[in-house]
Design a protein around this ligand. Sequence first.
Ligand code: GUN
Length: 283
Amino acid sequence: MTAEIIDGKAAAQRLRERVALHAAAFEQAAGRKAGLAVVLVGEDPASAVYVRSKGKATLAAGMASFEHRLPADTPQAELLTLVDALNADAAVDGILVQLPLPRHIDESAVLLRISPDKDVDGFHPVNAGRLATGLPGFVPCTPLGCLLLMEERLGSVAGKDAVVIGRSNIVGKPMAALLTRASATVTIAHSRTQDLAAHVARADIVVAAVGIPQFVKGEWIKPGATVIDVGINRTDAGLVGDVDFAGAASVAGAITPVPGGVGPMTIACLLRNTLVAAHRAAG
Ligand code: GUN
């Protein structure tokens, strides 16, 4: 069997077009554009690329983009003061502080300072709690994008066996919560899991988010499974995911490529979350 390659770029483009239509309708009704503020501290090249593409995508969707670039030695207090100002700014519906932050800054102090109502990353513990308890809130963009890709292929994930490999606050844990909410049967595996191959072998859905190149082997995959690869690893051979793509593609039913799979969906979901924030702010 040869897997269908899930085209995340095309799916993201469709989502961005839908968001742009809604953003135009919001502007008509509210008399202002929905706005996203992105904060970058320091000059990490990969972060700078992400921030630039977030800004461009925000403008392309017909929303306002506010970029704040601060030097790497910015004191934490100054960053917190900026977050306070963005929290109070009625033109700003969503706030994203690009991670990782320089080492002298306490990441969780910064994330806690962002108003949960503007936390379009969904990283604030209040939003994590809302997701865990089934209340409306903001869901982190990468797992949300993964779920949309799965649902596009499978329709519903209800009743499916899903294995999420990785337990980070940004991907693994919210991914498991989202799948549970969508009635999948979820296993969270991680670096201490015994016999990972056996868990993966019975999974209808595999989400790999461990950050280790080609960690998930093709021979582990159940024939016909849907494989979502969140990994973006820079190696001598170029960008590779957390899944042995060639091996998995020969048994899976569908698989996301790296790049061009999950990545583009993350930004599209960020725009979607920003529009939701704008609607909530406008009442
Ligand atoms: N760094 C890498 N991915 C992300 C993301 O989705 N949000 C933020 N804030 N920082 C990141």
